[in-house]
Design a protein. Structure first.
Length: 131
């Protein structure tokens, strides 16, 4: 049985949630913006949140799905270093209670989970015109 939207719709939901989090609670994301990027970290956080929301919308529409899926794969690869930094920061602070240990575990687990997300984005790129 084929799932309507295939991997595109779950990926759209994930990117939509991530984009919303970037806009509603930007501080944790500000902290992982690479220092080498010009400008204020908050600007990069907000831009990435808007990009995630736009990609989520693009993935939800069959006509725009292939382009949005390829762009989503690129975005997921582009933010991988920031997610690595977040995991490293959590690792350094891991001894500060159960909440810090849980955050550390989640951020470390997220790194290898990005591989299937990138693969899902590439699969969604081949779903042109499927609802």
């Amino acid at each position: 049985m084929r799932v309507p939207g295939g991997p595109a719709l779950p990926l759209a939901a994930l990117l939509g949630a991530a984009g919303t989090a970037h806009l509603l609670r930007p501080a944790p994301f500000d902290a992982i913006v690479p220092r080498s990027l010009p400008g204020a970290p908050r600007a990069w956080t907000l831009v990435s949140g808007v990009a995630e929301l736009l990609l989520a919308a693009g993935l939800a529409v069959p006509r725009t799905r292939p382009a949005a899926a390829r762009a989503s794969a690129g975005l997921l690869l582009a933010v991988w270093p920031a997610n690595g930094r977040m995991a490293l920061d959590a690792w350094r602070g891991r001894g500060r209670g159960p909440a810090a240990r849980a955050r550390c575990a989640l951020t470390l687990a997220r790194l290898p989970l990005q591989v299937p997300l990138v693969r899902a984005a590439w699969r969604a790129a081949s779903q042109e015109g499927t609802a």
